[in-house]
Ligand binder design. Structure first.
Ligand code: SF4
Length: 354
């Protein structure tokens, strides 16, 4: 469980902003900024935060749907090997840095190309939020699920048909569904088809990008249970992006909280729900309704909006909205530190306010 499938180091994803008559590069939207994160094999890591915090950008950069601006995403490497390469990069020695760059071509998924990238695309998959948009309305279900297999070009027509049927059964659908179009299904069934397509290439990592948000409440739990079962059956690792905290509580082993492109808290789900350390996490959790009228938990209301990521606040990015902010917070960026065993927080004052 503690082996890493992804080791993200100092990742940046900036989107250039162009302006003026000559459309010159005038600024950057810093969607993900200097972010470190480790995803363990076989876990479901819940990634939470408000809209615009960078969680979807992070997921899409991992999948190479967007190209990273800077940083590294090690795929399937031991912690020792990652530290060794990072050490070479930080050595200041030109020969060692060149050696590290050479190694990164094979192990850093932001640099992979050719056959390595093709292989990677089979092993990391995505399930999008809204299956109505992610499934081609003109394709039969059979073709939608089979498409990633055709791309590989190694299966016969019969093998593909058998695989499609198998996948449909796996997600709780039947043979007769193969020859229908997406619009003939309910939202929940469409999401099952999208999951079957994601599993077609035997991935080991699946990015779940708000996979239940577009569904009726009545089918959300069925899809969540299906995803949990599939994770167990196929030893999958999930990065589960959502803004729905009760969903992550139900499905995730660990939770990562993002705010304005930065990781602010990371830890085991039970630990974060029991003892959130960062003021932002405290505010998010305080907004979850408790089905007990006698409960006296106080809701923390965040004032103001998430600041503009083109020009994020100096120091701690949360300081304009934080009621514990002091001068140091306005100057110095807090680093993610281990506050309790395997529970990390980026806040100068976590000891005083926890
Ligand atoms: Fe609030 Fe300061 Fe902690 Fe940022 S570093 S969350 S501003 S107390």
């Amino acid at each position: 469980m503690n082996e890493h499938i992804l080791d993200i180091r100092r990742l940046k994803k900036y989107y250039p902003v162009k302006g003026g008559v000559f459309k010159k590069h005038i600024a950057d939207v810093k969607a993900v900024d200097d972010l470190d994160l480790t995803i363990r094999k076989g876990e479901c890591l819940g990634l939470v935060g408000e809209s615009g915090c960078g969680k979807t950008t992070l997921g899409k950069t991992i999948l190479r749907l967007h190209e990273a601006t800077e940083g590294r995403i090690y795929y399937n490497q031991s912690a020792e090997e990652v530290d060794r390469i990072e050490g070479l990069l930080d050595s200041g020695d030109k020969t060692k840095i060149a050696e590290a760059r050479q190694l990164l071509q094979q192990v850093d998924l932001t640099k992979m190309s050719g056959k390595d990238l093709l292989k990677l695309r089979r092993k990391i998959q995505i399930v999008f939020q809204d299956p109505s948009n992610s499934l081609n309305p003109r394709m039969l279900v059979k073709k939608i699920i089979a498409e990633p297999l055709y791309v590989q070009g190694v299966y016969s027509a019969r093998e593909i048909e058998e695989r499609v049927l198998n996948l449909l059964n796996t997600v709780g659908m039947a043979k007769e569904h193969m020859m229908r179009y997406p619009h003939e299904f309910s939202g929940g069934q469409r999401q099952r088809i999208a999951v079957a397509r994601a599993l077609a290439t035997n991935p080991d990592f699946v990015l779940m990008d708000e996979p239940t948000s577009a569904l009726d409440v009545s089918v959300q739990s069925q899809i969540l249970n299906l995803l949990m079962q599939l994770q167990k059956d196929f030893s999958l690792t999930y990065l589960f992006v959502t803004h729905h905290l009760l969903v992550v509580k139900y499905i995730s082993n660990r939770i990562a909280v993002m705010y304005l492109g930065k990781m602010v808290e990371l830890g085991a789900t039970a630990g974060i729900f029991k003892n959130p350390l960062h003021p932002y996490t405290k505010a998010l959790l305080s907004a979850i309704p408790i089905p007990d009228p006698a409960s006296e938990r106080q809701r923390i209301i965040l004032t103001g909006d998430v600041p503009n990521p083109i020009n994020p606040p100096k120091g701690c990015r949360f300081h304009p909205r934080c009621s514990w902010a002091v001068d140091r917070c306005r100057e110095e960026i807090p680093v993610l530190e281990e506050a309790e065993k395997e529970h990390f927080v980026a806040c100068h004052r976590w000891k005083e306010i926890s």
